[in-house]
Design a protein around this ligand. Structure first.
Ligand SMILES: [Zn+2]
Length: 227
């Protein structure tokens, strides 16, 4: 994250589920580019360190919120990816649906409304969105990416910033058009089969997908006829 400019100074934090009751979390106030293995902190599911003197990340609440609603995940990565954060500052959604790979890998990317960093308010907003998404942006702040492993979560972070950068470049060159709705629905189905990004339950349910497709095609027909 440090090498790729996705965090700076003491920013960002990473955690891994070690066992059903133990987490491994990065420490507070340490530059993650110069982290040593001995700096990492083992905590319980309330974020309390095993060794009292250890200072666990100030944003540990975000991680605890994720593990509390997602028994399927093994890792959480929080960063401040600059292009993706800039989109939230400009009031632009990252749910642009421009590039098929990012639709498959990242799914829909929601943005949690602004809340003060390291508070329960912020964690609560993110918790709700993580129920149905693997990547969540926090307005004016950063990203939370989850995955079955730390590399799976990290890959989502890299893809998120890469997608934001492509969107930014495309917007500065012209007016990029989103993929057609039926193609996005097809990509979501593909992602369900390939075990891609998590998405709202309705979209991964074959019956619901068929219904969505039918409604979309009727809407498109009506638009063609009605102009
Ligand atoms: Zn942060």
């Amino acid at each position: 994250m440090h090498e790729r400019g996705l965090i700076a100074g003491g920013e960002g934090n990473v955690s891994v589920r070690l066992s059903p009751t133990r987490l491994l979390v990065t420490p507070s106030g340490v530059n993650k580019g110069f982290l040593r293995p001995s700096d990492l902190v083992v905590t319980d599911l309330m974020g309390r360190p095993d060794v009292r003197a250890s200072k666990v990340s100030s944003e540990v609440r975000l991680h605890l919120a994720a593990y509390s609603v997602r028994p399927d995940i093994g890792a959480v990565v929080h960063a401040h990816p600059p292009t993706a954060v800039a989109f939230t500052l400009a009031g632009l959604s990252l749910d642009q649906r421009l590039v098929p790979e990012s639709v498959v890998a990242l799914g829909i990317i929601p943005t949690a409304a602004y809340a003060t960093p390291s508070t329960d308010d912020l964690a609560d907003g993110v918790r709700r969105l993580l129920l149905e998404h693997d990547v969540v942006m926090m307005e004016r702040h950063g990203s939370v990416c989850v995955g079955s492993t730390v590399m799976a979560a990290y890959d989502r972070l890299e893809s998120l910033e890469h997608t934001a950068r492509i969107s930014f470049l495309a917007r500065s060159l012209g007016s990029p058009q989103p993929l057609p709705a039926e193609e996005v629905a097809r990509l979501h189905r593909l992602a369900s089969v390939q075990g891609g990004a998590r998405r709202p339950q309705a979209a991964s349910d074959p019956d619901a997908s068929a219904l969505v497709d039918e409604v979309l095609s009727r809407v498109l027909d009506a638009m063609k006829k009605g102009g």
